[in-house]
Ligand binder design. Structure first.
Ligand SMILES: C[S@@+](CC[C@H](N)C(=O)[O-])C[C@H]1O[C@@H](n2cnc3c(N)ncnc32)[C@H](O)[C@@H]1O
Length: 264
């Protein structure tokens, strides 16, 4: 059994690409690497964020690190047009060891999966030059709220988060970003929140984010089914709850992730 919430199948690989595109307007609003030349990205997956960064900051060369050879193989395909500006490295972020120094760093949706995020940030900081900047985006799953009451969705969400904790991750790691950056020696730490607070006054956005959420929730389903934590009918009930929210005249759909920036 793969001890990783989302698994590594081709649906998941495509989901990461779609997710990066869908959320880019939210994630990259305040991400600024202008003036930076060498960036290290940890937990780069299939290179979905790497491609966005390379497009936004044409001066950047990126070293992308992931411990999954499957994801890195897909990243080679996805980043073909940027081949001369990317180096892909297969390493566990807890043991990060490269013979290079970087002036910038990026992490997105990865600290939630690692067993020791403080160690990962310390290893990253050891590879950064004085004045280097870091941007991090992470989940804060306890912020999720929806109306009307959706017991099947709530049950599924509880199991989904338990699965992540069982794998050694932390579905609320975003809440700890300030402490983690401080304890790993970064300074000028600033936290902001992004996400959505949607209702029927924005029906198209509500529909788009509920669809996005369904796909995100289902990314955990194969592992949860395999572990016997959830049944097929509970997955369907979760989807039905999300459809009911969308149809409700008093629908509310709310979630906040956390973004942190800091310097060395
Ligand atoms: C949810 S994906 C996010 C990928 C990418 N940052 C994005 O936003 O599209 C998390 C990635 O972190 C990687 N990962 C998890 N734990 C890791 C570790 N200890 N060292 C290196 N990579 C890790 C996984 O293999 C996966 O590709």
């Amino acid at each position: 059994m793969v001890k990783y919430l989302h698994g590594y199948n081709s649906h998941e690989q495509q989901r990461l690409i779609d997710q990066a595109g869908f959320l880019a307007p939210l994630i990259y609003k305040d991400v600024d690497f202008s003036g930076c030349k060498k960036l290290i990205e940890v937990g780069s997956g299939v290179g979905a964020q790497t491609a966005v960064l390379l497009g936004l900051f044409p001066e950047l060369e990126i070293t992308s690190v992931d411990f999954s050879e499957t994801q890195l193989a897909k990243a080679i395909e996805n980043l073909r047009e940027y081949a001369d500006r990317v180096i892909l490295v297969c390493q566990d972020a807890h043991e990060l060891l490269l013979d290079q120094v970087f002036d910038s760093a990026f992490v997105c949706w990865t600290l939630e999966h690692v067993t020791d995020p403080l160690r990962v940030l310390k290893r990253m900081r050891a590879h950064l030059s004085p004045g280097a900047k870091i941007h991090i985006t992470e989940v804060f799953n306890s912020t999720f709220y929806c109306y009307p009451d959706s017991p099947a969705m709530e049950h599924y969400y509880k199991v989904y988060n338990q699965q992540q904790i069982g794998f050694g991750g932390n579905p609320d790691v975003g809440s700890q970003l300030g402490n983690l950056l401080f304890q790993s020696g970064f300074k000028d730490i600033k936290l902001t929140h992004g996400g959505f607070h949607l209702d029927q006054s924005q029906p198209e956005q509500l529909k788009g984010f509920i669809e996005f959420w369904k796909i995100l929730m289902k990314s955990g389903a194969p592992g949860m089914l395999e572990a016997g934590m959830i049944s097929q009918s509970e997955i369907e009930a979760m989807e039905n709850d999300l459809d009911r929210i969308l149809a409700d005249e008093n629908a509310v759909f709310f979630y906040q992730f956390v973004q942190a920036k800091a310097t060395v």
